[in-house]
Design a protein around this ligand. Structure first.
Ligand code: PLP
Length: 423
């Protein structure tokens, strides 16, 4: 069976005008849960249901000299799955990109990490200025390098629109690290359009089905695929999805692909295979994690508001999109932007730095570790990895465990900590 026979042969997604086109035709009418299982059905010629893991870096050319076409290596048996060298394209990665293209609603490319995706995005758009807020500190690190190399200017996210010009970037992270609060994308989209700037969105904290930044004016959507796309704390990955209009009219996806060949920041073969394994359950995991987080946040906020509880003696406040005032306003930008629920990350502000340092060690179910998005719940005294953050802050990434067990674990931790302080 070839890709074409299976009805999924129409080329789409990241195309380099060559052989490794992502396959998305024929399944676009399916829902996310179905796409995540079937958008790549036509990709492999093999009958195996689970994807093969291809580890090769290089691919044989045809033995017939007449068939040799410079810069192409199309396998007549698998035109959709033809490759030359794995820095250009490879089976696991192209298949993963096929799936991402379908579920992110725009041609998608993968990178070796979230930060290499961010780097590739800035290199491609080559702005003179980037307006960016707080949030994930690593993106600021990338901009710092580029500032040193090119004189790129970094401006505050809420700088006057008149400080920006055509080709500049407004980069919005939403929901925001580490608080999990959301920002209004349409507001920034209008601001960008006003001056001919681009809107790029770091949507790592709200993967599908929680948010689609293209519906709110994003030109490029970036994800650290290390987080929810991977979902099992075992792979590094970055993703750029290009607004379909920018792809069709300006060829941004092809340009990004051409750049990536020389930046060399591709995912490893094994990681690509793990990514496919992971995306099958994306919606299941994310919906559960989102619901768990919202339940925990509601419980904790109520505890903090009640002076008789143990939690209120230790915790000053909780921050999460579900506690923003627009979360309870019908028709608000937040309800429109996140109609399926809020992100699975939130922050807890302890009253004292020492308590923030000590609480993670009292917990049984939350690992004390950085990162987020995995099936395991994590808590981090954020000062461990972010020098810019308040030292009383704990960041929580909620996993897929029972939320009641997580609640009881937190409560027991508060009690143990308070008992220890009194002793
Ligand atoms: C983790 C993260 C990144 C960086 O991704 P890596 O895969 O670690 O390079 C960027 N933005 C956000 C919001 C993140 O959480």
């Amino acid at each position: 069976m070839t890709a074409t026979e299976n009805g999924n042969g129409a080329a789409g997604g990241a195309s380099n005008g060559s052989s490794n086109r992502a396959q998305t035709g024929g399944v676009h009418d399916l829902a996310l849960a179905s796409l995540a299982i079937h958008a790549d059905d036509g990709f492999s010629i093999h009958r195996a249901v689970a994807p093969a893991m291809h580890v090769s870096t290089t691919y044989r050319y045809s033995r017939n000299p007449e068939d040799l076409i410079p810069m192409e290596n199309i396998d007549p048996n698998a035109p959709a799955d033809s490759h030359m060298y794995s820095r250009l394209s490879s089976p696991n990665i192209s298949r993963l990109e096929t799936l991402l293209t379908a579920i992110l609603h725009g041609p998608s490319l993968t990178y070796s990490s979230g930060l290499s995706a961010f780097h590739a995005m800035i290199v491609h758009l080559n702005p003179r200025r980037v307006a960016i807020g707080e949030g994930y500190h690593g993106c600021h690190g990338v901009l710092k390098i580029l500032t040193r190399l090119t004189g790129l200017e970094v401006l505050p996210l809420d700088c006057p629109a008149s400080d920006l010009g055509p080709g500049d970037i407004i980069h919005v992270e939403t929901p925001l690290n580490p608080t999990g609060e959301a920002r209004d994308l349409e507001f920034y989209s209008r601001k960008a359009k006003e001056v001919g700037a681009y809107l790029t969105v770091d949507a790592t904290f709200a993967p599908p089905p929680l948010q689609d930044p293209f519906l709110h004016g994003a030109d490029i959507v970036m994800h650290s695929g290390t987080k929810y796309f991977g979902g099992h704390s075992d792979l590094l990955c970055g993703v750029l999805a290009v607004n379909p209009k920018r792809a069709a009219e300006e060829g941004w996806d092809s340009a990004l692909l051409a750049d990536r060949v020389f930046l060399g920041s591709v995912m490893g073969n094994f990681e690509g295979w793990l990514g496919l394994r992971s995306l099958r359950t994306l919606e299941l995991r994310v919906e559960r994690q989102s619901a768990n987080a919202t339940n925990l946040v509601a419980w904790l906020a109520a505890q903090v508001a009640d002076e008789s509880t143990t939690a209120s003696k230790l915790v000053e406040r909780v921050q999460h999109a579900s506690l923003q005032k627009e979360a309870s306003e019908k028709g608000s930008w937040l309800r429109k932007q996140m109609p399926r629920g809020f992100g699975p990350v939130f922050s807890i502000w302890l009253r004292e730095e020492g308590d923030a340092r000590a609480l993670p060690s009292t917990l049984r179910l939350f690992h004390h570790a950085t990162s987020l998005g995995g099936v395991e719940s994590l808590i981090e005294w954020r000062a461990m990895t972010d020098a810019t953050v308040d030292r009383r802050l704990l960041r929580v990434s909620v996993g897929v465990e029972s939320w009641e067990d997580l609640r009881d674990d937190l409560n027991a931790g508060f009690e143990a900590l308070l008992a220890k302080k009194k002793a």
